[in-house]
Design a protein around this ligand. Sequence first.
Ligand SMILES: Nc1ncnc2c1ncn2[C@@H]1O[C@H](COP(=O)(O)OP(=O)(O)OP(=O)(O)O)[C@@H](O)[C@H]1O
Ligand SMILES: [Mg+2]
Length: 311
Amino acid sequence: MIELRGLTKRYRDTTAVDDLTCTFRPGVVTGFLGPNGAGKTTTMLMTLGLQRPTAGSALLGGRRYRDLPVPMREAGALLDARAVHHARSGRNHLLALATSNGLPRRRVDEVLDLVGLTAVAGKAAGTYSLGMSQRLGIAGALLGDPPILLFDEPVNGLDPSGIAWARTLMRGLAAEGRTVVVSSHLMSEMEQTADHLVVIGKGRLIADTSLAEFLASQPAASQTAASQTAAGMVVRAADAGFAETLRGAGATVVAQDDGGLLVGGIDAYGVGKLALASGTVLTELSPRRSSLEEVFMAMTAESVEFSGGAR
Ligand SMILES: Nc1ncnc2c1ncn2[C@@H]1O[C@H](COP(=O)(O)OP(=O)(O)OP(=O)(O)O)[C@@H](O)[C@H]1O
Ligand SMILES: [Mg+2]
């Protein structure tokens, strides 16, 4: 378990992390999300004792990182996959980590096998592709077999089978009862990997909730017709006038290019009753779950600092 209490980091004129209080629990994968510059990496650095908080604390299993007797046995992290000695082989990089942290040498071959790098373990880490470097970073995090794992954008650069492998690995680590925290900008991937979400923007907590609850939430920030129907239904009717019938009954209707109607503010029973009363044949009536990307973008719209201009 990781407990952040009022965690704050101020640089000269930037508040990178602003009074963050939340708990990362064991047994689940927690997606740690936020736009660029939100403070995710800074939070992880403070948790791992690599940055000193301006205020507040980060406790791992009740202790600060620097008070852990053998830190790599308590918490493992992948922060910057490229931060390895380029001339050293993957195996020697891990051996150096193991010996300097009092971990058994045999663990090196175990983790190399786990991340699928055994065949290239003798090659200089500087020659690794980004995906291979990510795997080496994950191997380093797992070296001490720790109950707490922090991964900062671990699937960045992994190919599709690598992404699927990382997802299975993380879910497996959580299923073993470990605390697994993963940051990523790949929303569709997070939707498949995370059980719980902690979302921050401009260093502040925006949401701390289960994935399911987050997906079901209606972002108050942008109550457009589209967002009101975000978690509604897709309705298709043989009669083109059915959209008006729905509107007449107080439903929110957004017509799609493909002829489907995104309908909110009414339940399936209500739509069925209207169809029956108006003698309309429905060819589709299906629930539409909002995607994590949609809800995330609506929730964090006000916290986005770096947005490109439209062309
Ligand atoms: N060493 C530093 N000195 C000054 N400002 C910093 C430093 N490190 C981070 N910042 C600032 O703190 C803020 C948070 O940065 P951080 O790297 O934690 O964000 P992030 O959520 O990890 O973003 P990304 O998704 O782009 O990785 C940013 O405004 C960044 O410019
Ligand atoms: Mg970052």
